[in-house]
Ligand binder design. Structure first.
Ligand SMILES: [Zn+2]
Length: 173
């Protein structure tokens, strides 16, 4: 049976049901481009190219202790041009694949020491699922959380600002 997650929100005082995944619509490098008209760009919900830099979107999942579901950050990762095109080729295919692309996290996630350029591996899943990203095992708090998991209370703390879009208008996916 699916777990029903409910909690009373310290931000608005209401009871929320369910936890949103926290997603970034664009890589940090896209968000911070000073003049997008002057740059050769491609962007959709899963692929981004800025001149000769290539990015794909994946799910960085963090286990929630004692629960069946994970908390998920939808983040972008830089990949090589070759892997970008390999991923494009298998994106719509339902042929099982075990491709794995190493790259750098390309978003700054609030509440952590800078997450930009953390090293991760994107594991392609196929079947319309975004790749899951496994961070290199380091002492960075995000890497520790991914290895050890977080409490439900911690997941709520992370999610609350993103549930109130006014604070982060550009970040909800
Ligand atoms: Zn609320």
């Amino acid at each position: 049976m699916a777990e029903v997650l409910r909690f009373t929100c310290r931000e608005c005082g209401q009871e929320h049901e369910g936890l949103p995944d926290v997603g970034f619509k664009v890589p940090w490098y896209y968000e911070t481009l000073p003049d997008k008209h002057r740059v050769d760009l491609y962007l959709d919900s899963d692929f981004c190219r800025i001149e000769n830099d290539f990015f794909i979107r994946g799910s960085l999942e963090i286990p929630i202790t004692g629960m069946q579901r994970n908390f998920s950050y939808g983040v972008w990762m830089s990949v090589s041009e070759k892997n970008y095109h390999l991923y494009q080729a298998c994106f719509d295919s339902d042929v099982p694949t075990s491709e794995r692309y190493v790259g750098y996290i390309s978003n700054r996630i609030d509440g952590y020491p800078d997450t930009l350029k953390l090293i991760g591996a994107a594991h392609v899943r196929g079947n319309g699922l975004r790749p899951f990203i496994v961070l290199q095992s380091t002492d960075h708090p995000l890497s520790i959380e991914q290895r050890k998991g977080i409490s439900f209370e911690r997941a709520v703390e992370i999610a609350i600002p993103y549930m109130h879009e006014k604070s982060f208008p550009s970040r909800r996916a």
